[in-house]
Write a protein that binds this ligand. Sequence first.
Ligand SMILES: [Zn+2]
Length: 314
Amino acid sequence: MATTTFTKKSLGFDVEPAVTPPPASTETAFLKKPKLGGKQRKRDIPEGLWTKCPKCETMVFDKELDENLKVCPKCSHHFPIGARERIHSLVETCSFEEMDADMISVDILKFTGVAAYKDKLEAYQKTTQLKDAVITGIGKIGECRVGLGVMDFAFLGGSMGSVVGEKLTRLIEASTDRSLPVIIISTSGGARMYEGMFSLMQMAKTCGALAYHAKAKLPYISVLTHPTTAGVMASYASVGDLILAEPAAMIGFAGPRVIKDTTQAELPPGFQTAEFLLDRGLIDAIVSRKEMKERLQYYLEFLGEGKRQMAALS
Ligand SMILES: [Zn+2]
């Protein structure tokens, strides 16, 4: 068992631990009264109550942040959100039937690096209360039943291993069988290196299932959230009939440093952000998290109506 403790930061989240803001200037710090004894010090605020927004640096009350779907109430910065919370924010109450909830990854290569893959899986299952990096199922958004897959970055960086690939493939196939649209909300660092070639094969498998889904003239909406990169972006995340993204999400294949080193060229400002890619036509729309449900409902109705009209013509 790994003994590593997992803080928000070690899970790759871009948030600062809860601390009281530093004094405004050194002058005021200098004029401050001598330090009080440990117990009386003002900075003994319980951990986890406040989160500092990395964009506007406001200290946001965690409860307020939760109620606001993890969006900063001051500057609309989108914090990472868990898969379950996101599903809850999108589907109608009690309409979501989860699929393959108990499917877990197997350490087929007996991978050991800094830590063994098996230990990592156990540790992440414990800290995130998830079995793997994606939750799939059939639910209702407004009046429309959809196949919904939601990734969670907190589980091993949202990496795509055999389980993520298999769960999504089954979701897409079930949706094809039932003539349902598919929505996949991605957040991922890419393929899961602990599974080597097996993780790369998921790229072809998921896209193959999506091709059959498209052949049945069923819509697929891909939603890209911060960050969606590498093997996931190079497969199912980038082949949506409609591709939406959350504001300021980092989206790309290789990281900017690698690209810069390889091409030896200065990268343009805003490179690999959702806004940059919208401007260049890869993304169809940027939708804030709080409007996501409403917009998905609108697009689903629009695409469904198109299909009905096509059926009437043929
Ligand atoms: Zn903010």
